[in-house]
Design a protein around this ligand. Structure first.
Ligand code: GLA
Length: 390
């Protein structure tokens, strides 16, 4: 976040809360997933990186009384008591904060109230995980104010639980995990079942990550997300009846799926085929990145997009147009949709010297085809969440 914006927020904090004594800043980044889409809730592999857009919560412990938070993005206050945390139907943004407070307390942590200002420069609803960023920034702020320090994996799981149970989106662990554990200049290869992870260096001298925002967000997103997840669980259950040891689609190989295709209906088979093939692509992509084989990485990105479009059916016309607009531009190595789908962004791997030209030409091509002016961002990989003095 720009330093001018930060100074203005600190000034606002001083005015609203009577001085800046004890003021701290909890920051948590958004993410872009390079490959491994819709695999996390199947126990599979993902490879995201944290981006240099984030949520910041300027806060300090409040001695007693309610939690009081101003949202700079929404221009609204929220206030609630820690002994009676309820859903707030009028202010969607505040449920991420409330959900995290309730979940931490449900896990046995004794929290102190906080007062503060939350703001972010992540595009909201664009598939870059502004939700996970606000959850993680909130969790870290409460932990710091209350003098508690849960293990970082446990904290990621609690944030995910807040989103699953309080917000009502049955998301996997990828977004919260990377927002906490990311490291600058690296992507993070995560095994979503064991939560073991490995950092994979990104050679920014050679390639850059460019994200293109379609600027559309189709409403069916979250119901379709929960439906896809349910289909995957059903597929794993049916395949598990035939083959011992199959608990999640992560346990299914492409050969096993082919041999047992008859137990699944045609649609469920397509869903499972995406997940099983995407897991394989993700582990191959990690090897390619380590070996500097960008051409292979790019091929896997395009294949990932095609599988999300044709088998998992979570793309949309605008995302497909954006990927096609990228393909064939000078210096483009690979492109695919990112996140849950049905709008939001594509991620593109581009040769460093062609980044500026790429952003211009893809903007023109997309605008010509859709009449919508897209945004493009050249992100760098940053460190995960932190609490700092400010
Ligand atoms: C959303 C969810 C993640 C993940 C992706 C799809 O971002 O929050 O957990 O499932 O969709 O890969």
């Amino acid at each position: 976040m720009e330093s001018q914006a930060v100074s203005q927020l600190v000034a606002r904090f001083e005015a609203d809360f009577g001085g800046r004594e004890g003021l701290l800043c909890s920051r948590a980044p958004g993410r872009v997933n390079l490959i491994g889409e819709h695999t996390d809730y199947n126990g599979g592999f993902v490879m995201p990186m944290a981006v240099d857009r984030e949520v910041r919560l300027f806060f300090r412990p409040a001695q007693d009384g309610p939690v009081r938070i101003w949202s700079e993005n929404y221009g609204e206050w929220d206030e609630f008591g820690l002994d009676d945390v309820r859903h707030n139907p009028a202010q969607a943004w505040s449920n991420y904060i409330r959900g995290v407070a309730l979940t931490l307390q449900g896990a046995g942590y004794s929290l102190k109230p906080i007062e503060g200002i939350v703001c972010g420069d992540l595009p909201i609803g664009a598939g870059l995980s502004s939700s996970a960023a606000i959850e993680v920034a909130t969790a870290r702020a409460f932990c710091s104010a209350s003098g508690i320090e849960p293990d970082s994996r446990a904290l990621a799981l609690l944030c995910q639980q807040a989103e699953n149970r309080f917000v009502g989106v049955n998301c996997g662990i990828m977004d919260q995990f990377v927002s906490i554990h990311a490291q600058k200049e690296h992507a993070l290869l995560l095994d979503c079942r064991s939560l073991e992870h490995e950092l994979v260096p990104l050679d920014t001298g050679a390639v850059r990550v460019v994200v293109c925002n379609t600027m559309v967000h189709h409403e069916l997103g979250s119901s379709a997300y929960n439906e896809r997840r349910a289909s995957c669980e059903e597929a794993a259950r049916l395949l598990g009846e035939r083959t011992e040891g199959v608990e999640m689609l992560r346990d299914v190989t492409p050969q096993m799926l082919k041999r047992n295709a008859d137990v699944l209906d045609a649609v469920t088979l397509k869903r499972a085929r995406h997940v099983v093939s995407e897991d394989e692509r993700t582990t191959r992509a990690a090897q390619a990145l380590k070996a500097g084989d960008y051409a292979e990485f790019g091929r896997l990105m395009y294949a990932s997009h095609e599988s999300l479009r044709d088998d998992y059916e979570v793309s949309c016309e605008e995302l497909d147009i954006m990927v096609e607009a990228a393909r064939g531009q000078k210096g483009v190595i690979g492109a695919r949709m990112v996140g849950g789908g049905f709008g939001g962004c594509t991620v593109n791997l581009v040769e460093r010297e062609h980044v500026a030209g790429f952003a211009d030409s893809v903007t023109r091509a997309y605008q010509k085809a859709t009449g919508i002016r897209p945004e493009t961002y050249q992100f760098v990989a940053v460190d995960g969440a932190s609490v700092e003095e400010c």
